[in-house]
Structure formats: structure tokens, C-alpha cells
Design a binder for this molecule. Sequence first.
Ligand SMILES: [Zn+2]
Length: 184
Amino acid sequence: MTAEGHLLFSVASLVLAHKLEITPEFTQGDWLHMLPGVLLGALLPDIDHPSSIIGRLFRVISVPIFKLCGHRGFTHSFIAWGLLILFCYTGIPTGWVLPNDLLQAFLLGYLSHLIADMLTPAGVPLLWPLPQRFRLPILRGKTNKKAERFIAVLLTVCACFIPTHISLPLQQQMSHFINLIINQ
Ligand SMILES: [Zn+2]
């Protein structure tokens, strides 16, 4: 998927998370925090590709990851996402003031990248280092910008039509899930 597709898909996911009130932060968060967070998170997994936007910015990190794990390897797995959750909740130096809504949007952006890459024929190794690739290949061809845009816009429009305060029991489950990862 293209970088543009990932950015659009991440914004659509953010609107969906806001409407479904997945956590209090997504419900009441500041869009000026959440938007940069989700966009950065959506680009980060492709740091394993030296020619990607983020890979070009951080070649010192990108090239070794690419050589060790290849593109769509470790960074496209649940292990990487779990480590990122752990870092966001326990590893950030106390002097850094990073709002919770920004961190959660960042983690959502990362997850949205993995899901979006699953829509392509190559899929993603969610259980890396196991070689199994998970895919739901509705996007054919190497880059299919029109289809990517269509899916992202469709998702955003659907999310906008979800009535507010439909109170799905998601908030408690999300905090249980985050606590589980931190405690593990
Ligand atoms: Zn990717």
C-alpha cells in the first residue's frame, strides 16, 4: 500500500475509534494531538524499507532493520506493536510530556498500517517470527491508489454516520488489553 493510502486509512480508523468511543482518550481527545499521532504511527511500520518516507528520514535505523528482517517482517507484527505499547506506557522518560490521546492515536495508526497492508496480496506476518502471512487481498496490484482512496473514504463516511454515544462495551476491554500487555 502507498504512504498516502496508509495516511488516509489511519485517519479513517481514528474517526471510527472516536465514534465508537473505544477509550476515553479517543472520545474526548484533542484532534491536534490525535491527528499527528495517528499519521506518524501509520508511517512507522515501513521504517523497515529504506525507500519509504520514514525510512529515508531515519536511514540509520531503516537499513539495519531491512537487512536483518526484510520489508514487511518484524515491524509488521504484533510483537512490534506490543513492544511499542510497552514503550509508550512504561519506557518514555518522565521528563517527556506526551499526552495520552497522542500516544493512543499513535498506537492506533501503527495498527491501522498492519490492517491496511493485510488488504494487499503480500499480506503481513502478524505472528512474526512465524512465517505465516495474514491477508485479505481486496486490493490487487502493487499500488492501487484509487481503490485505497475509495476504501479509506468509505470507512470515514461510514464512521461519520455512526451515532455518537452508542456505548459499545469496548472501553473496559481496551484497558484490560493494555494492562495485560504491560503486565506481561
Ligand atoms: Zn507496510
